[in-house]
Design a protein around this ligand. Structure first.
Ligand code: G4P
Length: 191
């Protein structure tokens, strides 16, 4: 997606050789016009499938998923919660996720009411690094007996193993921009 790639090159900030900071338009301040184009592109890429739910994980995935959902036909967004909350029932699907970035495990949860065996679920997230968050979300969908339509990612870090892990398991991955390398403060994108 050219508009997104241009924006990453213009405003993305390399942090060492592994992290791309995109706080100015994606992870902190949100460029809603850009998000609209991102949402439209996800819809275009997954147009061949009848999606019934979009699933993401808090926090940054929520805004991307909600704007994208407007381009699908009456598709609700469900976000997995990272905190145990008093307003969450004990009837939940839960999965353990290991974050390499933060070097810790966390549990993601979705109330069983919001995923069912009749659903075809599109998973959306802002970043794909090692794929653990996406695998956790897929696990929740599988526990519900629902179908995974695919995984839609705004920015993939192509030098980490996320895509390989997901594709090996037979899941379709659509990333709107792929970072090939981060080197000496420069971000290199795939064509
Ligand atoms: P993984 O899920 O693909 O295995 O990735 P990892 O555990 O390494 O990522 C953990 C968190 O860090 C995720 O957000 C992910 O989106 C984010 N992240 C990973 N690499 C980058 C990067 O290069 N740049 C930025 N900006 N974020 C990155 P999270 O902890 O769930 O945070 P949030 O959604 O609550 O903001």
């Amino acid at each position: 997606m050219e508009l997104l790639k241009k924006r990453i090159l213009q405003d993305g900030v390399a942090m060492g050789n592994h992290v791309l900071k995109v706080d100015s338009f994606l992870n902190h301040q949100i460029d809603v016009e850009l998000f609209n184009e991102i949402g439209r592109e996800f819809q275009r890429r997954f147009a061949g499938q009848t999606i019934t739910k979009i699933l993401t994980v808090e926090a940054s995935g929520i805004a991307v998923a909600c704007i994208a959902a407007q381009y699908f036909q009456h598709v609700p967004v469900v976000f997995a919660k990272k905190q145990e909350a008093s307003n969450l029932s004990d009837q939940v699907y839960a999965s353990n996720v290991f974050s390499f970035t933060k070097n810790k495990n966390y549990v993601i949860r979705v109330d069983k009411k919001y995923l069912s065996a009749t659903d075809t679920v599109l998973i959306i997230d802002d970043f794909l690094a090692n794929g653990n968050a996406a695998l956790g979300l897929i696990d929740l969908v599988n526990q519900a007996g629902a179908q995974v339509a695919g995984v839609g990612i705004v920015i993939e870090k192509g030098f980490q193993s996320g895509r390989q892990l997901l594709e090996e398991r037979g899941y379709r991955v659509e990333s709107l921009a792929i970072v090939k390398e981060i080197k000496d403060g420069t971000v290199i994108l795939s064509d």
